[in-house]
Design a protein around this ligand. Sequence first.
Ligand code: USQ
Length: 382
Amino acid sequence: MTVLVLGADGYLGWATCMYFSQRGHRVAAVDNYFRREALKAQGLESLVPVPGLPERARLWEAKSGSKIDVHIGDITDYGFLLSIFRQYGPDTVVHYAEQPSAPYSMMSRDNAAFTVQNNLLGTLNVAYAVRETNPACHIIKLGTMGEYGTPDIDIEEGWIEIEHKGRKEKFLFPRQAGSLYHTTKIQDTDLLWFYVRTWGLKVTDLMQGPVYGISTEESGLDDGLLPHFNYDEVFGTVLNRFIVQAVAGHPLTIYGGGGQVRGYLNIRDTMQCVYLSAMRPAGPGELRVFNQVTELFSVNELSGRVKTAGDRLGYNVKLQHIENPRVEKEEHYYNPAYTGLLDLGLAPNYLTDEVLEGMFGTVEKYRERINRQAIFRGIKWK
Ligand code: USQ
């Protein structure tokens, strides 16, 4: 199939391009370099040096023999996006091209406005480009478990049947996000749900938890193929941050009590989930929702696991509870369903000691590049 990956330069985007390419699909990679520019503007960097997309595509071709086309441009520019759709006529579009950071969205009014504009306009443009060029194209949109928040009831996989005064109907599961970024993800789901109902589009929404990990099968060919790996407070996810903190001898930054529970997954499982969804697309007029996580952990459990693995490797890992800069529940009920992707064939890579030690090993290779100033600046929600 022909696959368009929007947001191809990000943590997950480039790995996804290689995953599809390796399996014989034609891949076009699109990105506007938002992350690179946002990092530079804040004096931050990926732990691992990341060559530009054209260079990575050349490296990939040299190592694998497969070609990935690259286009640098902004999907909020509809003319640009439409020209890409016309050029490739994709069967599947994987839409990662959103501002993905909760702290970034909470830093200032300008960042909030950018997040709203970028995430909603980009998603709207994808819906229009699909309708205009090929309504049968399957849209895979990355959603987030954070859209549901932490309700005091079980979280269903996307939908819930509600009985009210003797009548029943199925609705999207109630959503109440904990950051402006997560709120835009609720809104982009609503946009797509509207166009699914109105135009009969085919959409899969992958409600993903925080991802961890550095390497994928394909990046094993050369370190120049590794993804952006952020450990800073803005773009780094918690487990990746904790490993870098442990290697740098920085106490692990546990926000508040550390009882916050989330569903996590390995970057290798993100690849599987997106691929499995693409191979078994949603039907016309269907918004299919999967909760994309493989295991639940509290922040305290994660920091404990990192300490145990780190101490075993000879790091003397310290834990530190710091005043929570976010507004979130620190003790709460959390019981999401996540069987849909397992039913499609997902074979999870769980967080074993071996996986943790592998992450320590890669971070260790780049320890000279760790900038301690980037680890915690205290971006507050209020
Ligand atoms: N946390 C700490 N210490 C840290 C960083 C985070 O205790 O140094 C805590 C947070 O307070 C939170 C949990 O760890 O309770 C997860 O935080 P995170 O920064 O790893 O994840 P989050 O901000 O929720 O966002 C990340 C991705 C986002 C994705 C989301 C999935 O950046 O793109 O949508 O994970 S989810 O969290 O399920 O919404």
